[in-house]
Structures are given as C-alpha cells and as structure tokens.
Design a protein around this ligand. Sequence first.
Ligand SMILES: Cc1cc2nc3c(=O)[nH]c(=O)nc-3n(C[C@H](O)[C@H](O)[C@H](O)COP(=O)(O)OP(=O)(O)OC[C@H]3O[C@@H](n4cnc5c(N)ncnc54)[C@H](O)[C@@H]3O)c2cc1C
Length: 519
Amino acid sequence: MKTAIIIGAGPAGLTAAYYLLKETDIKPVIIEKDNVVGGLSRTVNFEGNRMDIGGHRFFTKNDEVAALWEKLLPPQGALALDDKLLGRHVELVQGGADPEQCDAVFLNRKRISRIFYLRHFFAYPVSLGWETIRNLGLSRMAGICFSYLQAVLKKRQENNLEDFMINRFGRRLYEIFFEKYTEKVWGRHPRDIGADWGSQRIKGVSISKVLSDFLQRALRIKRQESEASLIEKFRYPKYGPGQLWEKMCDEVMAMGGEIRMGCEAVELLPGTSGDLAGVVYECGNGRERLDADYVISSMPISQLLHTLLGSGVPDEVQAIGDKLPYRDFMTAGLLVDRLEIDNQTHHKTLGNIVPDCWIYIQEPDVKLGRLQVFNNWSPYLVESPESKVWLGLEYFCQQGDEMWQMQDADFLAFAAGELEKIGIIRHNCVEKGCVVRMEKAYPAYFGSYKDFGKVREYLDTIPNLYCIGRNGQHRYNNMDHSMLTAIEAVRVIKSGSQDKRALWQVNTEENYHEVRQKG
Ligand SMILES: Cc1cc2nc3c(=O)[nH]c(=O)nc-3n(C[C@H](O)[C@H](O)[C@H](O)COP(=O)(O)OP(=O)(O)OC[C@H]3O[C@@H](n4cnc5c(N)ncnc54)[C@H](O)[C@@H]3O)c2cc1C
C-alpha cells in the first residue's frame, strides 16, 4: 500500500487525509506538531469558555465543501439557547439537529460587526448615514469633503498604498479609517506597502459608492437593502470551529488514517530521481524517519524550504523564502461581568450586551485591533452566557517583539487596561483570562512575496510534493479554500498527473476574504 505523509492537521491537512481515504487506496499519515487539531481554526477551551482564534465564519461558494461540512455537522433544526430566550427568528431545517439536545450541530448566526472610533460605533464598511455624520462632527466632515474634492481634482501618482487610498477616499478619510488601522494590522505604514495590494484587496469600495448609498437612503430608496447588507448570515459549529475539525479527525481515524500528534516535520528526505523519499520528524522521544510515496505539506513555505536539506534548493529561492513576511497574532480572552457600552441597536441579545460578533477597534490610542464578543458567535462557547461576557482582544504583532514576549499576566493586565481606557469595560469587572499566541496567522503580500513565483516554480519541480492550505501556499486562504487546495492535491495524485496548476488556482478570486478590506 502506498503512503502519503501529510504535514499539519489543520483544515487542509485533515481534508487531504479524508479525501485520500475516500477516493484512493493510499494511506495517509498526518504529522502535527501541536497537540490539538484545527491549526488556526482550532477552538481553545479555557475553563469551560471556548475561544475561536480570530472568529471563523463558515461560508463558501463551493457546493462540495458545503456538502462536506453538512455531512460532518448536521444543520440546525431547532432554536439555540439565546434565540429561544429572546424569541428571535432563525432559519431552521426540518429534521435538523436541536442544539439544546445535542452537540453536533451547525448553528445559523447573524454577522453584526461595527467599527469603534472616537468612543462611538460606526457601520462597517463605513457608510455615510446621519449617525456617521453626528459621530464624526461637522468640522471633521467638512475636512473629509474638502480633502476628497482635492483628491478628485488632483490625482497622485500611485507609488504605494497610501497614494492608492488617498486617491480613492481623500486624505482625511484615509487618515481616520485606514492609516492607523493598516499599521496596526500589518505593522507597516501604508507608505511602505505596494499600491497593488490595494487593487487586490480594496475592491468595490469608493467614496462615490458611499455617497450614492447615502443619497438613496436619505431618499429612502434603498433602506431595506442597505440594512440587510450589514447583517450577513453564516454557519458556526455549536462549540466553535475546532469542533468541526475534531469531528473530521475522528472520521479520518475511523477510516484507517493515522495522526501523529506532537511531532514536527524537520527534514524532507530526497529520493533518487528529484522526488522525496520520506520525512524525518521530531517527537518527545527523539527523531524518527517515515518513508513516503507522496508528501503533502501545509507547513509555512519559509519553513518548508529549510526542511528540503538534501534537495539542493537554489540560493535565490531560499533567500526569497527566508524573507517571506508574516504577521503573528495574540488574543487575550477575558471573562467579564458586564460591558460599559450599551446595546443601542434594535437587535436583542442575552444580557442586552452589544450585538456584534466582533468590533474593529479604530481608536489610535490603543494597540487593540479587534474585539470578539464570543457570546454572539454561539452562546454555547460561554459557560454562563446569561451573566458573563466572554471577550477576545486581538492584537496583531510580530513573533519575538515586546508584546509577544510579555508574561501572560502582564499581557492580560495590559489588554484589560486598553479596554478600560476606551470605555468598554471597568478593570474590576474582569474575572479571569487566558492568552493565546498564534504564529504566522497572516501570510503577507509584501517584501519578497513579489518574487514568490520563483519559489512556486521550484517547489513544483519536486514531483511528489504538494503544497496546500494557507501558509502552505502563502496565500490568504480561508478554510474552504484551504480544503479545496487539499481536494485538488488528492485529485492530481489520483490522476497520476504531475501538473499542479489546479492547486495554485484555488482562491484567485479576490473579494472573498475573512476580514475583507480591513486586513
Ligand atoms: C484571524 C483569522 C481569522 C480567520 N477567519 C476566517 C473565517 O472567518 N473563515 C474562514 O473560512 N477562514 C478564516 N481564517 C482562515 C483559516 O484560519 C485558515 O484558512 C485555515 O486554518 C488554514 O488551514 P491550513 O490547514 O492551511 O493551515 P493551519 O490552520 O495553519 O494549520 C496548519 C497546521 O500545520 C501544523 N504544522 C506547521 N508546521 C508543521 C511541521 N513542521 N510539522 C508538523 N506540523 C506542522 C500547524 O501546527 C497547524 O496545526 C482566519 C484566519 C485568521 C488568522
């Protein structure tokens, strides 16, 4: 029997194993360096309160992925705890699972997310409503209009992202809503990011669109449509995204797949004809070698190149790989008794907390990037959803920087202090908290990424190596994209072809990302 070694038990690696078992007679062996499955899409359980790293909405345009999700977790057939208590209407599927009775169920949730700036809420994406005008104040609004007119009359040459944004929004609006936030997310000033990043990521948003939307709403032409567009629906496992990946892992093992947890792939061994012969991995008890017919990798490309020790990676390719940029991520989970901000919307919530799943923190006086309100993702993530609020404070950082190196207790105190500073909680409302650090949460598209084609070209010359997933392809792949790269890899293996283009073609449609134009 042939063997495929799969590096990583995130969505991509698990899907590759699942499809190999379903569609071929190749045996998958997954090597995972952590002790949990799900990768970036795991769920962390802190004393009965579950945390989703980043907040993972399940949405896809691909029917095959949608059907597989539904096979793993049945759709919702009865009201969830909060919907029941609040009398909220939710789309239910006849014969679907009852979240109050069983654990395996996909909930139907509403996405509400807003921007917090000047200690006020703004619609996301920014829209020009009376509320926006009132919150910004007349003098700021006048400045925005004036600088927008300037930008219309005199276009800048687009040498960087700053030029790109000023040309489209005017300097004032750019300074308020984009400049500092981009710096928070990417750790770089927009002046140091290429203009092409803007054309790839900021599609379909422009002042003229915002203005026409405002006029239509002012004239009450478009009211219903624009309100609906702020509230998108998404699916979400009762206990967070990790629940689905744990289920898939169980299925893989039940079908005869193997998963070696706590094992890190450190070397991919060269074969005799430019291919790979196997993998050396490090576990608690030393190094082991495993021979393979195929190697499917979801590990970060920068690391992958270093494991190809005997394969003669060209110096130029190695140098590009070494300089591929990433952004790392820290979350402080805080369990609090109450929030200091009121729910002034018409959306009903348990404890009348704000209805947002997450809030973009645009305030320039804090480093906090986003605030997750886990109660609104699923009440089952929180041990006492009626009396406690379970928050995730998200910080974009760089592995090894000052924030990354903070002791957990110091980081929790710092994070709680920031939330108090902007008036969202009082320090003495924090009951307890935990810290999660995630390396390489965002593969970045600047620096040596411009030469990434050469890396891909080289990796494709190794006939039995398949690069899948998010960091495995150095692309902002969402869960569904990551799964699709794995499905394509299995199909290429199955067909006996050496043409890997289909793997790299997944997610080349740009307006389809988890954080849209905000990063
Ligand atoms: C903040 C944030 C929000 C997101 N929101 C969404 C969303 O709303 N919807 C959505 O669909 N997607 C979202 N995503 C994207 C989603 O997390 C990824 O698409 C998905 O997790 C990628 O799966 P993967 O298997 O490619 O990689 P990962 O999830 O990164 O898994 C890779 C696995 O490989 C393991 N590994 C790495 N190196 C080695 C090695 N040398 N040896 C052994 N194991 C190794 C890692 O430990 C990890 O478990 C979000 C991501 C982030 C960061």
